[in-house]
Design a protein around this ligand. Structure first.
Ligand code: FAD
Ligand code: UDP
Length: 405
């Protein structure tokens, strides 16, 4: 699929089958080298190329651009799917929203998730409809919902300090047991008590009928998908992209003015022989349904209950701007300890270890660590973009100051 998409892309993008870079590239002096053709690397490359007219080389170890945002047309189902899981764009940052307008038309889309709980479909996050359905109530307004929640909620004399306490303080034990506890255990293979409070704080609890998963003012999907955005960002004479190249195989041969590294921070410092940071991964079981309109009632259906060995099912055909198709395809999502590093595991061990790696990163000359893996932090797409834009500002201002001195 990458080859297909690369043919419509910049002449300066190359899909390499061999490890390594052509001699001509190794002989060049690159103003900027970027490790990773995901969102963070793409923003850095685009900024240096267009704002400062600098020559940028990107190396990407996977066989395609786009990092975890990569999407493509499933050839059998004729449905655009995301290789690494559903990606919904949402942001409250004006700067990010304005920035992404340059690279795509955007179709407004407010993501809604349904959960199968006690054999019934209910909205997730929890709202008035969720509790009315699950507990046979007839709440009609926010005041009633607040009162109901107040009776359920567990009160602590301290700030909730882990994922369990956050959920219990927001929804109480009954909803925790139905929606949060079994899902979180499956997702992380850990007791929610062992996970940082930010895990369950990610999703809101609503006191109205709002069925949206996110609350941000800007929620939309790129009309032609995410990969098309990357093609557009890289379509510049100052940018060269090489896929199937692992940075560590070519690093010693490269001549880079400055390097932006978006891979895992612990891999960068592997020579130190320190312990590794832990990540949670996912597997996606593809199921194709010939001549079937839809498999399920929504794009994402969560299955929090313990007896399912999966967490959610994603059916991309529900999204806007899909081509017409008589078929559908679904992806059953399971969490796993092995595979691509997707989710940093936010516990004390990893937080402490990351700080040690970060101290090393701060001392690394002419290298900036950027993105979700290098920061060992759960960045949404908008966080990744903002982080890269801010690092670009910071580094270029510093470079300007040094030149003036
Ligand atoms: P990545 O996309 O991981 O890119 C890093 C790139 O570096 C990768 O392509 C990797 O192959 C490459 N690389 C690593 N090491 C090397 C090396 N040694 N040499 C060369 N290349 C290397 N965000 C949202 O806003 N909404 C969502 O709905 C959403 N859903 C998500 C669902 C899942 C399952 C996951 C995992 C993430 C989701 N995200 C979502 C987050 C989003 O994917 C990230 O914010 C974004 O991809 C971060 O971009 P990045 O460039 O920092 O990292
Ligand atoms: N979560 C849950 N039940 C759900 C949905 C989410 O317990 O039905 C918890 C779970 O711990 C999960 C976290 O909330 O890891 C964040 O959910 P989100 O949907 O944001 O996770 P992602 O889409 O990033 O996998």
């Amino acid at each position: 699929n990458w080859r297909e998409s690369s043919s419509s892309s910049a002449a300066s993008s190359h899909s390499n089958n061999k490890k390594g870079l052509p001699q001509s590239v190794l002989q060049q002096q690159h103003d900027i080298c970027v490790v990773g053709a995901g969102l963070s690397g793409a923003v850095i490359a685009e900024r240096y190329a267009t704002q400062l007219n600098q020559k940028v080389l990107i190396v990407e170890k996977r066989g395609h651009i786009g990092g975890n945002c990569y999407d493509f047309l499933d050839p059998q189902a004729n449905v655009r799917i995301s290789k690494y899981g559903a990606h919904l764009f949402h942001t409250k940052h004006e700067r990010v929203w304005e920035y992404v307008q340059q690279f795509s038309e955007w179709t407004p889309y407010e993501h809604k998730v349904i959960g199968l709980v006690n054999n019934t479909h209910v909205p997730i996050p929890v709202n008035i409809d969720t509790v009315n359905t699950l507990f046979g109530l007839q709440l009609t307004n926010s005041q009633q919902m607040d009162q109901w929640l107040a009776k359920e909620q567990v009160k602590y004399d301290h700030e909730p300090s882990n994922a369990e306490e956050v959920a219990l303080s927001r929804v109480g034990p009954r909803l925790y047991d139905l929606i949060f506890k079994p899902y979180t255990k499956k997702q992380w293979d850990r007791d929610p008590k062992e996970l940082g409070p930010e895990v369950t704080a990610r999703i809101p609890v609503r006191n109205d009928f709002d069925g949206r998963y996110f609350s941000d003012p800007y929620q939309a999907l790129p009309k032609r998908g995410y990969t098309a955005i990357f093609e557009r960002m890289f379509h510049h004479p100052n940018i060269q992209v090489y896929t199937n190249v692992d940075y560590f195989d070519v690093r010693s041969q490269l001549d880079c003015g400055r390097t932006y590294y978006t891979g895992p921070i612990d891999t960068y410092f592997a020579d130190l022989g320190w312990e590794k940071l832990q990540y949670r991964s996912l597997t996606f079981e593809r199921q194709f349904y010939k001549n079937k309109d839809f498999f399920q009632p929504a794009f994402v259906v969560n299955h929090p209950y313990e007896s399912a060995d999966f967490t959610r099912i994603v059916e991309y055909k529900h999204l806007p701007d899909q081509p017409k198709s008589p078929h559908t395809v679904i992806f059953v999502e399971r969490s796993s300890d092995v595979g691509e590093p997707y989710y940093p595991i936010p516990n004390q061990r990893n937080k402490d270890l990351f700080r040690k790696y970060q101290d090393m990163a701060n001392k690394e000359p002419k290298v900036t660590f950027v993105g979700r893996l290098a920061n060992y932090k759960y960045f949404n797409m908008d966080d990744a973009i903002l982080n890269a834009l801010e690092l670009f500002d910071q580094d270029t201002q510093q470079q300007q100051k040094q030149r003036q001195e």
